[in-house]
Design a protein around this ligand. Structure first.
Ligand code: NDP
Length: 305
Protein backbone atom coordinates (compact mmCIF):
# COMPACT_ATOMS: atom_id res chain seq x y z
CA UNK A 1 0.00 0.00 0.00
CA UNK A 2 1.32 3.45 -0.82
CA UNK A 3 0.95 5.85 2.04
CA UNK A 4 -0.24 9.39 1.41
CA UNK A 5 1.93 11.97 3.16
CA UNK A 6 -0.15 14.81 4.59
CA UNK A 7 2.25 17.70 4.47
CA UNK A 8 1.38 20.65 6.72
CA UNK A 9 3.07 23.36 4.69
CA UNK A 10 0.60 23.88 1.83
CA UNK A 11 -2.31 23.79 4.28
CA UNK A 12 -0.65 26.24 6.70
CA UNK A 13 0.20 28.53 3.76
CA UNK A 14 -3.39 28.39 2.52
CA UNK A 15 -4.77 29.32 5.96
CA UNK A 16 -2.26 32.17 6.37
CA UNK A 17 -3.14 33.51 2.92
CA UNK A 18 -6.85 33.46 3.84
CA UNK A 19 -6.16 35.32 7.11
CA UNK A 20 -3.96 37.88 5.37
CA UNK A 21 -6.61 38.52 2.68
CA UNK A 22 -9.29 39.05 5.36
CA UNK A 23 -7.04 41.31 7.43
CA UNK A 24 -6.38 43.46 4.37
CA UNK A 25 -10.12 44.14 4.08
CA UNK A 26 -10.54 45.26 7.70
CA UNK A 27 -10.53 48.88 8.75
CA UNK A 28 -8.36 48.08 11.77
CA UNK A 29 -5.35 45.86 12.48
CA UNK A 30 -6.03 42.86 14.72
CA UNK A 31 -3.40 42.75 17.47
CA UNK A 32 -1.73 39.81 19.19
CA UNK A 33 0.28 40.10 22.40
CA UNK A 34 2.68 37.29 23.26
CA UNK A 35 4.00 37.13 26.81
CA UNK A 36 7.16 35.13 27.43
CA UNK A 37 8.71 34.66 30.85
CA UNK A 38 12.29 33.46 31.25
CA UNK A 39 14.79 32.05 28.79
CA UNK A 40 13.46 28.65 27.67
CA UNK A 41 15.17 28.21 24.25
CA UNK A 42 12.24 26.34 22.63
CA UNK A 43 9.80 29.06 23.80
CA UNK A 44 12.06 31.70 22.32
CA UNK A 45 11.90 29.99 18.90
CA UNK A 46 8.11 29.50 19.07
CA UNK A 47 7.45 33.08 20.18
CA UNK A 48 9.77 34.46 17.48
CA UNK A 49 7.86 32.59 14.81
CA UNK A 50 4.47 33.71 16.19
CA UNK A 51 5.48 37.39 16.29
CA UNK A 52 7.03 37.27 12.80
CA UNK A 53 4.00 35.55 11.25
CA UNK A 54 1.58 38.01 12.90
CA UNK A 55 3.40 40.91 11.27
CA UNK A 56 3.74 39.15 7.90
CA UNK A 57 -0.03 38.77 7.77
CA UNK A 58 -0.55 42.48 8.37
CA UNK A 59 -1.52 42.28 12.03
CA UNK A 60 -0.11 44.18 15.00
CA UNK A 61 2.08 42.28 17.45
CA UNK A 62 3.42 43.04 20.88
CA UNK A 63 6.10 40.82 22.39
CA UNK A 64 6.48 41.15 26.14
CA UNK A 65 9.55 39.34 27.45
CA UNK A 66 9.83 39.23 31.24
CA UNK A 67 12.77 37.94 33.31
CA UNK A 68 12.52 34.41 34.77
CA UNK A 69 12.20 35.76 38.33
CA UNK A 70 9.07 37.84 37.54
CA UNK A 71 6.41 37.15 40.18
CA UNK A 72 2.94 35.82 39.49
CA UNK A 73 1.47 39.18 40.58
CA UNK A 74 3.62 41.04 38.05
CA UNK A 75 2.55 38.68 35.24
CA UNK A 76 -1.09 39.11 36.30
CA UNK A 77 -0.64 42.88 36.09
CA UNK A 78 0.66 42.53 32.50
CA UNK A 79 -2.30 40.30 31.59
CA UNK A 80 -4.70 42.84 33.14
CA UNK A 81 -3.16 45.66 31.10
CA UNK A 82 -3.47 43.58 27.90
CA UNK A 83 -7.08 42.64 28.74
CA UNK A 84 -7.86 46.36 28.83
CA UNK A 85 -5.76 47.41 25.81
CA UNK A 86 -8.08 48.10 22.88
CA UNK A 87 -5.41 47.45 20.23
CA UNK A 88 -4.92 43.90 21.56
CA UNK A 89 -7.38 41.25 20.37
CA UNK A 90 -5.44 38.14 21.33
CA UNK A 91 -3.28 37.34 24.35
CA UNK A 92 -0.99 34.35 24.44
CA UNK A 93 1.10 33.46 27.46
CA UNK A 94 3.80 31.10 26.26
CA UNK A 95 4.02 27.90 28.32
CA UNK A 96 5.77 26.55 30.27
CA UNK A 97 5.98 29.33 32.85
CA UNK A 98 8.75 29.19 35.47
CA UNK A 99 8.04 26.78 38.36
CA UNK A 100 7.21 29.46 40.95
CA UNK A 101 4.31 30.80 38.86
CA UNK A 102 0.79 29.34 39.10
CA UNK A 103 0.08 28.69 35.41
CA UNK A 104 -3.62 28.06 35.90
CA UNK A 105 -4.09 31.38 37.71
CA UNK A 106 -2.42 33.27 34.85
CA UNK A 107 -4.37 31.49 32.10
CA UNK A 108 -7.66 32.08 33.93
CA UNK A 109 -6.89 35.80 34.22
CA UNK A 110 -6.89 36.21 30.42
CA UNK A 111 -10.12 37.74 29.08
CA UNK A 112 -11.88 34.73 27.44
CA UNK A 113 -12.66 36.95 24.43
CA UNK A 114 -8.89 37.41 23.90
CA UNK A 115 -7.89 33.84 24.79
CA UNK A 116 -6.43 32.84 21.40
CA UNK A 117 -4.87 29.68 22.87
CA UNK A 118 -8.33 28.49 23.92
CA UNK A 119 -7.14 27.34 27.35
CA UNK A 120 -9.52 29.44 29.49
CA UNK A 121 -12.21 27.31 31.21
CA UNK A 122 -14.87 29.47 29.55
CA UNK A 123 -13.63 28.48 26.09
CA UNK A 124 -13.06 24.86 27.16
CA UNK A 125 -16.66 24.76 28.41
CA UNK A 126 -18.00 26.36 25.25
CA UNK A 127 -16.11 23.85 23.11
CA UNK A 128 -17.49 20.91 25.11
CA UNK A 129 -21.01 22.30 24.74
CA UNK A 130 -20.54 22.63 20.99
CA UNK A 131 -20.80 26.44 21.12
CA UNK A 132 -18.64 28.79 19.09
CA UNK A 133 -15.36 29.16 21.01
CA UNK A 134 -11.71 30.02 20.68
CA UNK A 135 -10.25 26.53 20.26
CA UNK A 136 -6.69 25.36 21.05
CA UNK A 137 -4.51 25.82 17.97
CA UNK A 138 -2.86 22.41 17.60
CA UNK A 139 -6.01 20.25 17.66
CA UNK A 140 -7.82 22.83 15.52
CA UNK A 141 -4.93 22.47 13.05
CA UNK A 142 -5.41 18.70 12.96
CA UNK A 143 -9.05 19.17 11.94
CA UNK A 144 -7.93 21.53 9.16
CA UNK A 145 -5.44 18.94 7.88
CA UNK A 146 -8.13 16.27 7.80
CA UNK A 147 -10.75 18.46 6.14
CA UNK A 148 -8.49 20.14 3.63
CA UNK A 149 -7.00 16.77 2.68
CA UNK A 150 -10.51 15.50 1.93
CA UNK A 151 -10.49 12.92 4.75
CA UNK A 152 -14.03 12.25 5.93
CA UNK A 153 -14.41 12.47 9.72
CA UNK A 154 -18.14 11.92 10.28
CA UNK A 155 -18.97 8.37 11.31
CA UNK A 156 -15.32 7.32 11.53
CA UNK A 157 -13.76 5.54 14.49
CA UNK A 158 -11.27 8.07 15.85
CA UNK A 159 -8.82 7.28 18.64
CA UNK A 160 -6.93 10.03 20.42
CA UNK A 161 -3.81 8.92 22.23
CA UNK A 162 -3.17 11.39 25.08
CA UNK A 163 -5.56 13.38 27.27
CA UNK A 164 -3.77 16.65 28.01
CA UNK A 165 -5.74 19.88 28.23
CA UNK A 166 -3.61 21.34 25.43
CA UNK A 167 -3.96 18.59 22.83
CA UNK A 168 -5.72 15.32 23.72
CA UNK A 169 -8.95 16.52 25.33
CA UNK A 170 -9.74 19.39 22.91
CA UNK A 171 -8.79 17.07 20.03
CA UNK A 172 -11.35 14.53 21.18
CA UNK A 173 -14.00 17.25 21.56
CA UNK A 174 -13.36 18.58 18.06
CA UNK A 175 -13.51 15.12 16.50
CA UNK A 176 -16.77 14.52 18.36
CA UNK A 177 -18.11 17.82 17.04
CA UNK A 178 -17.25 16.56 13.54
CA UNK A 179 -19.35 13.45 14.30
CA UNK A 180 -16.58 10.89 14.69
CA UNK A 181 -16.99 8.07 17.22
CA UNK A 182 -14.23 9.02 19.63
CA UNK A 183 -12.13 6.99 22.06
CA UNK A 184 -9.49 8.61 24.29
CA UNK A 185 -6.49 6.55 25.42
CA UNK A 186 -3.93 7.41 28.10
CA UNK A 187 -1.22 5.89 30.25
CA UNK A 188 -3.71 3.71 32.14
CA UNK A 189 -5.40 2.27 29.04
CA UNK A 190 -5.19 -1.54 29.02
CA UNK A 191 -4.01 -3.33 25.87
CA UNK A 192 -3.48 -0.09 23.99
CA UNK A 193 -2.78 -1.72 20.61
CA UNK A 194 -6.16 -3.49 20.63
CA UNK A 195 -7.87 -0.08 20.95
CA UNK A 196 -5.70 2.01 18.64
CA UNK A 197 -5.73 -0.64 15.91
CA UNK A 198 -9.52 -0.11 15.61
CA UNK A 199 -8.96 3.53 14.64
CA UNK A 200 -9.72 4.79 11.16
CA UNK A 201 -8.26 8.09 12.36
CA UNK A 202 -5.51 7.84 14.97
CA UNK A 203 -4.15 11.01 16.60
CA UNK A 204 -1.00 10.51 18.68
CA UNK A 205 -0.15 13.17 21.29
CA UNK A 206 1.82 11.60 24.13
CA UNK A 207 5.33 13.02 23.93
CA UNK A 208 7.21 9.71 23.44
CA UNK A 209 9.54 9.30 20.48
CA UNK A 210 8.23 6.73 18.00
CA UNK A 211 5.99 5.06 20.61
CA UNK A 212 3.21 4.15 18.14
CA UNK A 213 4.36 1.08 16.23
CA UNK A 214 2.92 -0.90 13.33
CA UNK A 215 0.87 -3.08 15.70
CA UNK A 216 -0.98 0.01 16.96
CA UNK A 217 -2.12 1.03 13.48
CA UNK A 218 -4.96 -0.40 11.39
CA UNK A 219 -4.15 -1.10 7.76
CA UNK A 220 -5.04 2.04 5.77
CA UNK A 221 -5.72 4.27 8.80
CA UNK A 222 -5.11 8.01 8.78
CA UNK A 223 -2.39 8.63 11.35
CA UNK A 224 -1.89 12.15 12.68
CA UNK A 225 1.34 12.58 14.61
CA UNK A 226 1.24 15.57 16.97
CA UNK A 227 4.37 14.62 18.92
CA UNK A 228 7.60 16.59 18.76
CA UNK A 229 10.55 14.76 20.30
CA UNK A 230 14.31 14.95 19.96
CA UNK A 231 16.32 11.88 18.98
CA UNK A 232 20.08 12.11 19.41
CA UNK A 233 21.01 8.44 19.49
CA UNK A 234 21.95 7.01 16.08
CA UNK A 235 20.89 3.45 16.88
CA UNK A 236 17.47 4.71 18.02
CA UNK A 237 17.31 6.68 14.76
CA UNK A 238 17.90 3.46 12.79
CA UNK A 239 14.82 1.95 14.50
CA UNK A 240 12.69 4.94 13.51
CA UNK A 241 13.68 6.05 10.05
CA UNK A 242 13.78 4.32 6.68
CA UNK A 243 17.06 3.75 4.87
CA UNK A 244 16.17 6.57 2.46
CA UNK A 245 15.53 8.97 5.32
CA UNK A 246 18.57 8.02 7.43
CA UNK A 247 21.30 10.11 5.72
CA UNK A 248 19.31 13.32 6.35
CA UNK A 249 18.61 12.31 9.94
CA UNK A 250 22.22 11.42 10.68
CA UNK A 251 23.33 14.71 9.17
CA UNK A 252 20.93 16.56 11.52
CA UNK A 253 22.22 14.64 14.56
CA UNK A 254 25.78 15.44 13.50
CA UNK A 255 25.04 19.13 12.95
CA UNK A 256 22.56 20.02 15.74
CA UNK A 257 22.93 17.06 18.07
CA UNK A 258 19.40 15.77 17.40
CA UNK A 259 16.73 15.11 14.81
CA UNK A 260 12.97 15.50 15.33
CA UNK A 261 10.57 12.58 15.52
CA UNK A 262 6.91 12.42 16.46
CA UNK A 263 5.09 9.99 18.73
CA UNK A 264 4.73 7.57 15.82
CA UNK A 265 7.47 5.33 14.45
CA UNK A 266 7.53 6.67 10.87
CA UNK A 267 9.20 3.62 9.36
CA UNK A 268 6.47 1.31 10.67
CA UNK A 269 3.63 3.77 10.02
CA UNK A 270 4.68 3.99 6.38
CA UNK A 271 4.11 0.24 6.06
CA UNK A 272 0.56 0.31 7.47
CA UNK A 273 -1.11 3.72 7.39
CA UNK A 274 -3.13 4.99 4.44
CA UNK A 275 -2.20 8.61 5.23
CA UNK A 276 0.37 10.02 7.64
CA UNK A 277 1.57 13.44 8.80
CA UNK A 278 5.37 13.70 8.78
CA UNK A 279 7.49 15.12 11.62
CA UNK A 280 8.81 17.68 11.03
CA UNK A 281 6.61 19.22 8.35
CA UNK A 282 3.17 18.06 9.49
CA UNK A 283 0.94 19.21 12.35
CA UNK A 284 3.58 21.53 13.87
CA UNK A 285 3.28 23.97 10.96
CA UNK A 286 -0.45 24.32 11.50
CA UNK A 287 -0.19 25.54 15.08
CA UNK A 288 1.02 29.05 14.21
CA UNK A 289 -1.38 29.30 11.26
CA UNK A 290 -4.29 28.48 13.57
CA UNK A 291 -3.08 31.06 16.08
CA UNK A 292 -3.32 33.65 13.32
CA UNK A 293 -6.81 32.44 12.45
CA UNK A 294 -7.83 32.63 16.13
CA UNK A 295 -6.45 36.17 16.46
CA UNK A 296 -8.50 37.30 13.48
CA UNK A 297 -11.56 35.49 14.84
CA UNK A 298 -11.13 37.09 18.31
CA UNK A 299 -10.73 40.53 16.71
CA UNK A 300 -13.91 40.13 14.67
CA UNK A 301 -15.95 38.70 17.54
CA UNK A 302 -14.82 41.42 19.96
CA UNK A 303 -15.80 44.11 17.47
CA UNK A 304 -19.09 42.46 16.58
CA UNK A 305 -18.10 41.70 12.98
P1 NDP B 1 1.41 15.84 28.01
O1 NDP B 1 2.67 15.30 28.59
O2 NDP B 1 0.72 16.96 28.69
O3 NDP B 1 0.36 14.64 27.90
C1 NDP B 1 0.74 13.39 27.42
C2 NDP B 1 -0.45 12.47 27.42
O4 NDP B 1 -0.02 11.22 26.88
C3 NDP B 1 -1.04 12.19 28.79
O5 NDP B 1 -2.43 12.20 28.73
C4 NDP B 1 -0.51 10.78 29.13
O6 NDP B 1 -1.39 9.99 29.88
C5 NDP B 1 -0.38 10.17 27.75
N1 NDP B 1 0.66 9.14 27.74
C6 NDP B 1 1.95 9.26 28.10
N2 NDP B 1 2.59 8.10 27.97
C7 NDP B 1 1.68 7.21 27.53
C8 NDP B 1 1.72 5.84 27.21
N3 NDP B 1 2.85 5.13 27.34
N4 NDP B 1 0.60 5.24 26.77
C9 NDP B 1 -0.54 5.94 26.64
N5 NDP B 1 -0.65 7.25 26.91
C10 NDP B 1 0.45 7.87 27.36
O7 NDP B 1 1.75 16.18 26.50
P2 NDP B 1 1.05 17.21 25.47
O8 NDP B 1 -0.33 16.79 25.19
O9 NDP B 1 1.31 18.61 25.87
O10 NDP B 1 1.94 16.95 24.17
C11 NDP B 1 1.97 15.70 23.53
C12 NDP B 1 2.98 15.74 22.40
O11 NDP B 1 2.56 16.71 21.44
C13 NDP B 1 4.39 16.18 22.81
O12 NDP B 1 5.32 15.48 22.01
C14 NDP B 1 4.45 17.64 22.47
O13 NDP B 1 5.75 18.09 22.20
C15 NDP B 1 3.60 17.67 21.23
N6 NDP B 1 2.98 18.97 20.96
C16 NDP B 1 3.06 19.44 19.69
C17 NDP B 1 2.49 20.62 19.35
C18 NDP B 1 2.57 21.07 17.94
O14 NDP B 1 2.48 22.25 17.65
N7 NDP B 1 2.69 20.16 16.98
C19 NDP B 1 1.81 21.47 20.34
C20 NDP B 1 1.67 20.85 21.63
C21 NDP B 1 2.26 19.64 21.93
P3 NDP B 1 -1.80 10.33 31.40
O15 NDP B 1 -2.76 11.48 31.31
O16 NDP B 1 -2.44 9.06 31.87
O17 NDP B 1 -0.53 10.67 32.11
Amino acid sequence: MTVRLLSGKPIADEIKAEVSAEVAKLEFRPGLAVVRVGEDPASSVYVGSKVKTTEELGMYSEHIHLPAETSGEEILAVVKRLNEADEIDGILVQLPLPGHVNEREILEAIDPAKDVDGFHPMNVGRLSQGQDALVPCTPAGVIEILKRSGIEIAGKNAVVLGRSNIVGKPMAMLLLQENATVTICHSRTRDLASVTSQAEILVAAIGRAGFVRGEHIAEGATVIDVGINNVSDTSQAAELFSEDDMPKRLAAIEKRGFTLVGDVNPKEAMGRAGAFTPVPGGVGLLTVAMLMKNTLKAAKLRRGI
